[in-house]
Design a protein around this ligand. Structure first.
Ligand SMILES: Cc1cc2nc3c(=O)[nH]c(=O)nc-3n(C[C@H](O)[C@H](O)[C@H](O)COP(=O)(O)O)c2cc1C
Length: 155
């Protein structure tokens, strides 16, 4: 059993569906999940280090920006060494925005990488409402991240 932290924010519910899908999948496989919302819960960048793996869900706002409620956490990441921390990033966007589609996922992915985290290579972006295929991709992301975490715990 691994301890997994899922941090997410969602304005209209799309990223929330992804976060809940990942949480349900992990719980179904007997992992301990802590699910936190950027607006509703207290979150510090440091706590990533307390878990076997962390998944971050973030929608894109304001033409390629990270949402306001994630900004403090995002800046705080600059102060944290995440070497060895297993992480993955996912989030909803809207293809209508062209080049900035799901850009917040990229920004978060790049930031975690810069801080030394071990990242799942998929930058999981979903166009608006998740479809069955997107749900499957979320479960696959969760599975890969957990496999990496188990590998780490056993070594
Ligand atoms: C003012 C505004 C700006 C947005 N800018 C972008 C953007 O640059 N890129 C993108 O992919 N989506 C953009 N979106 C769309 C949201 O990311 C999209 O609706 C997403 O599915 C919302 O996710 P949520 O349901 O988790 O809140 C924007 C939405 C609004 C209202």
């Amino acid at each position: 059993m691994s301890r997994v932290l899922i941090l997410y924010t969602s304005l209209t519910g799309n990223t929330e569906i992804l976060a809940e899908t990942i949480a349900d999948y992990l719980k179904k496989h007997q992992h301990e999940v802590t699910l936190k919302h950027f607006e509703q819960d207290q979150i510090t960048a440091d706590e990533i280090k307390d878990y076997d793996a962390t998944l971050i869900g973030i929608y894109t706002y304001d033409y390629g920006e990270i949402p306001f409620e994630v900004e403090f956490f995002f800046d705080e990441l600059d102060e944290v060494d995440l070497t060895g921390c297993i992480t993955g990033v996912f989030g909803a966007g809207d293809r209508f925005y062209g080049d900035t589609f799901g850009l917040a996922v990229d920004l978060m992915h790049d930031k975690l990488e810069e801080r030394g985290a071990t990242l799942d290579p998929e930058r999981l972006k979903v166009d608006m409402d998740p479809e069955q295929d997107d749900i499957k991709r979320c479960e696959q992301l969760a599975e890969r991240v957990i496999q990496k975490a188990i590998g780490k715990v056993n070594t």
